[in-house]
Design a protein around this ligand. Structure first.
Ligand SMILES: CC(=O)SCCNC(=O)CCNC(=O)[C@H](O)C(C)(C)COP(=O)(O)OP(=O)(O)OC[C@H]1O[C@@H](n2cnc3c(N)ncnc32)[C@H](O)[C@@H]1OP(=O)(O)O
Ligand SMILES: N[C@@H](CCO)C(=O)O
Length: 370
């Protein structure tokens, strides 16, 4: 990333919010072709993003907020025409919040996703959706696309790049790939490299989608989407996102409406069906595979070597009941050169605690930026 502004095409903003962070403030930037880590070139890449606040003259008061697997650029704010869901980290941005008027906050929809940034459901150069033709991408590719956005916006350096889960992976990659442009990384409920356990849980999710007859090898956009496979994938994932303690105490052995189905089955079914209404199965697979490939040490001498030369200040935070991105993985991050002591958040909810315990996350961010 150089500090000069680069050519890019800003498409018409949609909605009416401009850069204010009000609903409908999504904007699009066409960054052109992106050469991927695999050597493949993805042509005509578009980034969809939101921003809050003003960039200062030095271009160094920016903060990048990175969303997780099924999140999006709508970090805070009510639902609106462009945002079927409310903000997922309410209280993080705005007056009186950790990311207040001192900062220019940016959040982009991730490369490979389905909320406006180029992904498998986007049109390929032939005008048809990529579908099965969408290339494998990595977290590094996602960060490279975001760097093009940062450059276009005139950002010289970030005061912080922060995110949870898959968002934390991107935050870490930013710190490794662009150390001179990132002063602080805040990595929440995440890992330096996908573990065998995480890849194993992902394997059955990917298989569930592939086994849905509606998947059609990924080329289903003209027909029915593979909602049953996606639902099962989400149900497996959601179980790993919550703690056994929560599932036992909240649902236990109760039956749904005194019928034959366990209440916890009904709950998982609800979340599986709900995701199908807002998420594309191909994106789910592409992003899951990108997370599986995540390893900040790949081609760089391994994770420990990278952590020992990590140059931005690093704050790692974990959720004590997270059985997917375990506290041990956060503790490993906190061994990085110059890292702050590990922050442990308490939640009975497991991994999703990084979304649910918004006040604790806000305290982590406030503390890291103090
Ligand atoms: C809020 C958003 O979705 S933000 C939009 C962008 N999305 C993201 O960023 C993804 C991140 N968000 C998420 O993963 C989730 O929304 C979370 C983690 C925030 C949800 O956490 P919680 O608020 O604790 O929700 P919880 O797990 O209790 O589920 C509540 C839902 O389960 C339903 N439910 C609860 N018990 C049962 C049951 N026995 N049977 C069927 N449904 C049930 C509730 O009716 C509720 O439904 P609704 O979400 O349609 O209103
Ligand atoms: N509930 C989160 C979990 C992934 O970290 C999501 O759907 O993005």
């Amino acid at each position: 990333m150089t500090l000069t502004s680069r050519p890019g095409t800003t498409a018409e903003p949609v909605g009416s919010g401009g850069g204010t962070g009000l609903p409908g403030a999504r904007r699009y930037l066409d960054i052109g072709d992106l050469s991927l880590e695999s050597g493949v070139t993805l042509s005509g890449v578009r980034i969809c993003y939101e921003s809050w606040g003003q960039l200062n003259e030095r271009g160094d008061n920016a903060v990048l907020v990175e969303h997780a697997l099924t999140g999006d650029s709508h970090v805070v704010g009510p639902p609106g025409p462009d945002h079927p869901t409310p903000g997922w980290w309410e209280g993080l941005i705005g007056l009186g919040s950790p990311l207040d008027e001192r900062y220019f906050v940016v959040a982009a929809n991730v490369l490979g996703g389905c909320r406006g940034t180029t992904g498998p459901s986007s049109p390929a150069p032939d005008g048809q959706p990529y579908g099965s033709r969408f290339p494998a991408i990595t977290v590094r590719d996602q960060v490279k696309a975001e760097a093009a956005l940062a450059e276009h916006l005139g950002i010289s350096s970030f005061a912080a790049v922060l995110g949870g889960s898959m968002g934390g992976m991107r935050a870490l990659e930013w710190g490794v790939t662009y150390p001179a442009q990132v002063r602080r990384v805040i990595a929440v409920a995440t890992t330096a490299a996908a573990s065998g356990d995480q890849i194993a849980w992902a394997a059955s999710q990917l298989a569930a989608i592939r086994m849905d007859p509606d998947f059609a090898g990924g080329d289903y956009y003209a027909g029915r989407p593979p909602l049953r496979g996606l639902s099962v994938a989400r149900q497996i994932a959601h179980t790993t996102y919550r703690s056994g303690y929560e599932l036992n105490t909240r649902f236990g052995r109760a039956r749904q409406d005194d019928g034959p189905q366990f209440a916890v089955e009904s709950y998982l079914d609800h979340h599986g069906t709900k995701l199908g209404r807002r998420f594309d199965a191909n994106s789910y697979m592409v992003l899951t595979e990108a997370m599986n490939a995540h390893d900040i040490g790949r081609g760089r001498g391994g994770v420990e070597a990278v952590l020992q030369r990590f140059s931005p200040r690093l704050t790692a935070a974990v959720v004590d009941s997270d059985r997917l991105y375990t506290p041990a993985e956060g503790a490993r991050l906190a061994t990085a050169r110059g890292a702050a002591p590990l922050v442990t958040m308490h939640s009975d909810h497991g991994h999703d605690g990084f979304l649910i315990e918004a006040a604790q996350v806000a305290a982590v961010v406030r503390g890291a930026l103090a």
